[in-house]
Write a protein that binds this ligand. Sequence first.
Ligand SMILES: *[C@@H]1O[C@H](CO)[C@@H](O)[C@H](O)[C@H]1NC(C)=O
Length: 568
Amino acid sequence: MHPTTTTSEPPQTLLDLITDVLSLLLLSTVTVQSFVGRWQVLRTKLTSLQSSLSSLSESPLWSQNPLLHTLLPSLLSTLQRLLSLSHQSSSTSSFPGGKLLFQSDLDIASSSLSNHIHDLDLLLRSGVLHQSNAIVLSHPGPASDKEELVFFIHDLFTRLQVGGVEFKRKALESLLQILNADQKSASLVAKEGNVGYLINLLDFNNQPLIREQAVSAVSILASSNDESRKILFEEGVLGQLLRILETGSMPLKEKAAIAIEAITGDPDNGWAISAYGGVSVLIEACRCGSQVTQTHAVGAIRNVAGVEDIKMALAEEGVVPVIISLLVSGTSAAQEKAANCIAILASSGEYFRDLIIQEKGLQSLMYLIQDLSSSDTIIEHVLHAISSLSVSDSSAQILSSSTAFIIHLGELIKHGNTILQQISASLLANLSISAGNKRAISSCMCSLVELMESPKSVGLQEAGALALVSLLTVRWNKKELARDEKSLMKLVQMLDPKYEFIAKKFPVMVVDALLSGRNGGCRKRLLAAGACQHLQKLAEMEVAGAKKALQRLSGNRLKSMFSRTWRE
Ligand SMILES: *[C@@H]1O[C@H](CO)[C@@H](O)[C@H](O)[C@H]1NC(C)=O
């Protein structure tokens, strides 16, 4: 049927030849005179090969599988080699090259045999021999069902494991194609494919192109979903990726950094970074990597910065100056992660705060907040970091005395999103700001009043109130607020017990601040707006501060009368 040539036999002919040699070999192993023990072991292997071969020939479409074109000829040659060795073992003559050489030849042939059996079994188990090759070669399209895709993945990984370099390369190409085509295929690949084998391909012993394709695939898998990340992590991918990040070529480093960031995103995996010696590798990647590498390496550091053991190692390896320099000069994605990282470190104790301040981190943060190109997320992280650093007196002093910074906080209160408004207001309330600077941001007071009206967040109400109390220590600001009829009405309305969603102590606090000292006509305006009756009710309800505010509002005449009622 098939033309037979010496270079490539048709699969059936090869299988027949193999079966013949195998039978001879099995007979021969019974009659060997030397190395009897080894031949016994080999005999067991050969018997298992025999049964694998019979399963192979029973698979309907076995002869179409392209992997067998290379597998069968090498199996045949191994068997032939073993046959000739068995003849040597049977004759009583001595071994021409000595026993040691013979022994080593036998070991080599025997381990090739094991590999072939392993590959053959893999091929049989994968189920790919039960499908026509026509399907295998075409990529499953978007309309293909899960079953087709699973089959394709099995076939692909079989080629990857059994085939030579060219097969591997093509298989990886196909793998990348399906991973890129559809996010959902990643979890199927992670479940159905041999992820451990894929990870082995990252090893330096493999060809550069194969490593590059493998790291691309790992990087996509790691970025796609929790399940794939978990499988990759459990198969030990982090160690390989860190080695690549340390010594790979630039494109390899970039992909490794992407994968490392994704995998460390799971808090359960963070510890492994130090276990694999990754701390210094990540810091070095932030220091000298390409922009892409830097961005993802700093993301990975951010991910693990909260882990107690790693935190100290990071500090010892000099992470702080590296992160601060990224804060200033990185891409905006890198800046964002660097700011997040600094915020995490700054909140974790005095040791880190001192380090950050020493490295001029506060100045960089203050600069970043005023940089118009900073995104809201960057500003949010920066504010958190600044807020942690402000616990130290020297930092608080630097912040309080910077007019530009205070004015910027005022702007964020007026125009920022609610998160930025809340942190800015709280920071403003905590700093000791000069009267001049307080006056300079008087225009943010109406926004603070609005913050106090946030029905759902007591935190916002409190931040708004505390910042107002601080700003209202300046007489000019009291007058300003009293003149702003709308804000005044809102404050009085918030005092009304009917508005239950406002915690009453906050508007009481602000009204009290308005009334304290020389208040520039605030009292008259509040009385006219009807604050008195609300405060009376609040005082009866024993709301903190209400009684004192009421006394200030009503003056001494009412004071005596009220204290009488109070006693009764
Ligand atoms: C302001 O001080 C309070 C009390 O010490 C603290 O809980 C809060 O986090 C501080 N706010 C900021 C933004 O630092």
